[in-house]
Design a protein around this ligand. Structure first.
Ligand code: SF4
Length: 503
């Protein structure tokens, strides 16, 4: 139910940025703050939590400041406390809040000018590994609000994580980039943008057509409301560029069914169009040849990883994906499959035990099957760096990797793939009896976040809750490696059957 907040609405930095992306998105955020779409996913909550840790850590690198230690929603109290703190003139303020031009802005770090000069520097802390274009308006709106509030701001910086920093030397965890010139340029438009957003919020839901802005710079939470596309819309063509979609739409081709038969298409798109328009699974004759590298004994290997903004283990960089769990199915001489698995369930460095278990599981295999093998290859490389005693064995496993994904991508298409060759789309289409819907954890991003919870918060969980989480993670990873076993069986069954009726 829309609220009547618009007439009296104030902006905040995040609202302003949302409005820059799309007025309709901002209108919904303000008028429907309880909308289901605005409930953050576990992955987003994790991102916020890691962002908060990075923000706290950044203060150590600009020391001696005063923290405005009030919850973010007590905006007016934060503004008052900031005013008080400024009178004491500390070298820096953390989480200082300001209100001007009907817009609130909280500044991660406000730094007094060099040598105690009167001008201030605004430092926006970002948990990313680089400076991004979208950081500029983020800083610009803060500088605007501070200057409107009478503060002299002379510098603007983005302080982001340093991708070259390696644990345990965290002395260079951050990079500070001066963005003053870019921010001064962006500032020119800010007053009009604020006025336009406030005006818009006082009116009815604006009419904004969908477009590239829906996913840039961030995925809009309301995509499902606005993007009601027909099944097999041309945008579902595998990895199609947005520009091409617009071109097809302009030519009157809304769906794959509408495309003219003489259109020049890539081999994958041609197969997709053939499968969709015929309602049949298409398998190329070359499939048999593509499967020749999959001779046994086989191991089917899948890793799960965590990515930590602030590295905790030797050699790790910010946000580096670190393997902490694996599942592997191996086929014995009798043809029966044996399952191997290992999971980190505490904060200790998991890599030595994990590496040992992987070597034990895959040691006897001639080929090691993965789905999107570059991920498993990278995990094995990282384990080899972290556990030099097993480096030779781990590299040997890496050399045996064979990838199922390109075999399917280059030879098979099922109309239910929906333009994606991810295992989450491919498995239910090719092996309908084995999907992911029955699992408590059923996709990789959630698994990664839950693995972090098990590793770092597991000690505070009730035993039952912890055991359940551990089991859910094991089941998810096991499904991934078993999925490969079943996919390979299915692909072998498809050899020789170039088109299969689905209906
Ligand atoms: S999906 Fe696109 S048009 Fe709809 S609210 Fe989001 S950004 Fe705006």
């Amino acid at each position: 139910m829309p609220s009547h907040a618009g007439a009296s609405a104030k902006l905040s930095k995040s609202r302003f940025l949302s409005g820059l992306q799309c007025h309709k998105q901002l209108w919904w955020r303000v008028h429907e703050p309880e909308a289901a779409e605005l409930t953050p996913t576990k992955a987003l909550q994790n991102l916020f939590a890691q962002g908060a840790q990075v923000g706290e850590r950044a203060r150590r690198y600009v020391p001696g400041g005063e923290l405005i230690d009030l919850p973010f929603y007590q905006l007016d109290n934060k503004v008052a406390a900031t005013r008080e703190s400024l009178r004491r003139d500390p070298p820096a303020l953390y989480e200082a809040a300001f209100l001007a031009d009907d817009t609130y802005a909280a500044v991660d770090i406000l730094e007094r000018g060099p040598g105690g000069a009167r001008g201030y520097g605004v430092i926006e802390v970002k948990a990313s590994n680089s400076l991004k274009p979208e950081h500029i308006p983020d800083v610009a709106v803060q500088v605007h609000v501070l200057r409107q509030g009478g503060l002299s701001v002379e510098r603007a910086e983005v302080m982001h994580l340093n991708p070259d920093c390696r644990h345990p030397d965290l002395s260079k965890l951050f990079v500070r980039e001066d963005v003053t010139a870019a921010v001064e340029g962006a500032l020119l438009g800010v007053p009009d943008q604020i006025a336009a957003q406030l005006r818009m919020l006082g009116g009815p839901l604006p009419d904004v057509p969908i477009g590239e802005h829906c996913t840039k710079p961030y995925d809009c939470p309301f995509l499902d409301r606005c993007w009601k596309l027909p099944q097999h819309h041309v945008s579902t063509l595998y990895r199609i560029e947005r520009r091409k979609v617009l071109e097809y739409e302009a030519d009157g081709y809304a769906t794959i069914y509408d495309l003219p038969t003489d259109l020049e298409l890539s081999a994958i798109h041609a197969r997709q169009v053939q499968a969709v328009t015929s309602g049949r699974l298409v398998a190329q004759p070359a499939l048999a040849g593509a499967l020749t590298g999959f001779d046994g004994p086989l191991a089917f290997l899948d890793f799960e990883t965590v990515a930590l903004a602030i590295p905790r283990y030797a050699g790790c960089r910010p946000w580096e994906n670190m393997p902490v769990q694996f599942s592997c199915h191996t086929q014995g001489r009798s043809g029966k499959y044996v399952h191997h698995e290992w999971i980190a369930d505490g904060p200790e460095d998991p890599r030595p035990a994990l590496a040992e278990a992987v070597v034990r599981a895959c040691g006897g295999a001639r080929h090691v099957v993965a789905y999107y093998a570059s991920f498993e290859r990278e995990c094995l490389k990282q384990l080899a760096q972290a556990v030099p005693d097993l480096a030779r064995e781990l590299h040997a496993i890496g050399a045996k990797l064979v990838d199922l994904l390109p075999v399917i991508r280059n030879n098979v298409y099922h109309p239910d793939f929906g333009g994606s060759f991810s295992i989450k789309h491919v498995l239910p289409a090719l092996v309908p009896s084995l999907a992911y819907g029955d699992l408590e954890i059923n996709e990789g991003e959630t698994a990664s976040v839950e693995l972090q919870r098990l590793m770092f918060d597991g000690g505070e969980m009730r035993l039952q809750e912890r055991a359940r989480l551990r089991q859910a993670l094991l089941s998810y990873c096991e499904r991934d490696s078993w999925a490969m076993v079943k996919l390979l069986e299915r692909l072998r069954g498809l050899v020789g059957a170039e088109q299969l009726e689905l209906f």
